[in-house]
Design a protein around this ligand. Sequence first.
Ligand code: SF4
Ligand code: SF4
Length: 434
Amino acid sequence: MHASELTMYPGDKPQQVDLDRCVHCGLCLNACPTYRELGVEMDSPRGRIYQMVQVANGAPITEAYQEHIDLCLACRGCESACPSGVQYGKLVEAARSHIEAEVERGFWARSLRDFVFRQLLPSPALLTAAGAGLWMYQASGLQKLMRVTGLVNLLGPMKDREALSPAAQIPFFFREIGKTFPAEGKQKYRVAFMAGCIANVSFARLNEATVRVLQKNGCEVVVPGDQTCCGALHVHAGIRDKARELARRNVDAVVDGNFDAIITNAAGCGSTLKEYGELLEHDPKYADRAAKFTSLMKDINEFLGSIELNTNMGRVDATVTYQDSCHLAHGQKIRKQPRDLLKAIPGIDFKPMPLSDMCCGSAGIYNVMHTELSMSILEKKMVNVNSTRAQVIATANPGCMIQLEAGVKKWGRGGERVVHVVELLDEAYTKAGK
Ligand code: SF4
Ligand code: SF4
């Protein structure tokens, strides 16, 4: 889509009132992974806000501005560090949306973006076809051959990207969409489960584990048939018109279903799903429905932390550490619940990780777009992971899992497992039944 065809709403570019909150104190600098890596003021939160102010005051959108905004992980670590309440996540998303509306991209760049964001991610058929291709590459042994023979090195800088390709998990979770799963024992809650887009292909087993854990906790779990991609990647890339279209579809798919909660197991998706109210606030037909959707939206850790947890679990004997997902810790302010859930599992020896809420470098598709910087951030993360000497690294977002798995392969101590918190709970419930 051409930039000129986009409809802009208030909030689709940084607002002066939000920019004015920054007093340029610099207390956020040390919390910023790109500033720590590059040491460049313009790649710090304060520097990026300064540039946004210049553009808001009429300065042109230059290539340098685009690059500094693009290099931001949108991890929102700066937001947690800021004493002035600057909503940096909102600002950087708005800055990207402003760039999307003002800058005309070349034909190939525009076509690729249109295909990925407007065709592939919202389409179960295209995702299934792409997932099947990935599965063939992996299951045929071709991927292993490429790695063992060193042929993968011929990919040059693309080699690290190849290592970041997630595993395709057959059967895909798409087959469960539209189904209802009964509660185990007495039903206490009726919940809707948002299954994601790529997660249906690459985290099908995690999605199944999530449904089982909810069933064990007295939930009837509905996987609404008309749901689609949540639009988080679109919001992060500045493609807010498509994000709004997807949000409307998800609101329609879920909001009249008489649910006690709407659940996601992906922190990155959850952060955007909770912002539907804001995203659609200027849409008279959807504003109230989107606000209702937002009020019901819960991360799985948050939901399980808010109910009386089923503690009929078997032992999972392991040393476990926890990496905060940025969009859970900084975006949704959820830090305690996943740790409490891990500590509730018998046998787990919990090892806190230094700087656990510093981004791992995953950040949606950042690791694919800026692989070198992302790997450099990951290498530092792995020093902190390794210092815990944990056998299991738990986290709360599929994207972080892919990144940490790449980190374990490259810089791990050997044999560590990367899991979602829910997968450990599922393991504990399964063992209780034996
Ligand atoms: S974003 Fe917050 S912490 Fe950072 S410079 Fe501005 S006011 Fe200070
Ligand atoms: S969102 Fe993350 S990378 Fe971007 S400025 Fe803030 S701390 Fe730095």
